[in-house]
Design a protein around this ligand. Structure first.
Ligand code: SAM
Length: 243
């Protein structure tokens, strides 16, 4: 039936995302630096600065992958706080856990394998949830946003760092050129995997733009929503509160 096809499509997307991140896990950090020319570090820094996180708080770094944000939050929440790094992919979690251990980030970090659509945490639990470059990989984004809303404490905030829509036509053209031509070639050269990087470029184009994502957050209950464009809107940081 029609509905049957939809389910197959969803399963296929989930399986494809799993394949992609299994195959890029080992080279993920190197590729991130290379493909963004190091700029992802600034985007993440800005996210930390907007997080308002305080010692003793409970933070969820969702789709946390290799744990760049977790490492920073771990220091900020201190020994009385907790950071949960959750990711659907065991290969990414493993690379993340090893990296953070080597950096000496231990004690207040927990690792959980979880799907953003069905988060295995109690209601009203976290002071802050971040999802960085993760939401576009999630099949049912509305379900995932609702799940995040449920586990945030009243007064808690969600930060979504994600590729978005460039503000200018010329930038859009340069960016298209870069991601559809240069990026897969880099993926081929460095990781011997053009396909995964082709997928990444496509998933970026399919992702909702700034206003659409803001509306999706509001639809599941987030209040005082706003966004801030970074690098001309190539990336945007969305924020919303649960009251
Ligand atoms: N947050 C990290 C960063 O900014 O470097 C990693 C981002 S990486 C591009 C995307 C991550 O999302 C991958 O580790 C992938 O396994 C994870 N992911 C994809 N679908 C997911 C889902 N449904 N639930 C949780 N994590 C998911």
């Amino acid at each position: 039936t029609h509905f049957g096809f939809k389910q197959v499509d969803k399963d296929r997307k989930a399986a494809m995302v799993a394949d992609v991140f299994h195959s890029v896990a080992a080279k993920y950090d190197v590729m991130n630096d290379l493909m963004s020319m190091g700029i992802h570090r600034l985007w993440k820094r800005f996210t930390i600065d907007c997080s308002g996180v305080r010692p003793g708080q409970t933070v969820l770094d969702l789709a946390g992958g290799t744990g760049d944000l977790t490492a920073k939050f771990s220091r900020l929440v201190g020994e009385k706080g907790t950071v949960v790094l959750a990711d659907i992919n065991d290969a990414m979690l493993k690379v993340g856990r090893e990296k953070l251990r080597n950096l000496g980030v231990v004690g207040n970090v927990q690792y959980v394998q979880a799907n953003a659509e069905e988060l295995p945490f109690p209601d009203n639990h976290f002071d802050l949830i971040t999802i960085a470059f993760g939401l576009r990989n999630v099949t049912d984004k509305d379900k995932a946003l609702a799940s995040m809303y449920r586990i945030l404490k009243p007064g808690g905030r969600l930060l979504v760092l994600e590729f978005s829509k460039p503000e200018h036509d010329w930038l859009n053209k340069v960016y298209d050129m870069y991601s559809f031509h240069i990026l897969p070639k880099m993926g081929q050269l460095v990781a011997n995997d053009a396909e995964s990087y082709q997928y990444l470029a496509e998933s970026i184009r399919m992702h909702p733009d700034q206003e659409t994502l803001k509306g999706m957050m509001e639809a599941v209950g987030f209040e005082q929503t706003s966004y801030h464009n970074l690098t001309g809107g190539i990336v945007a940081l969305h924020r919303g509160f649960k009251f």
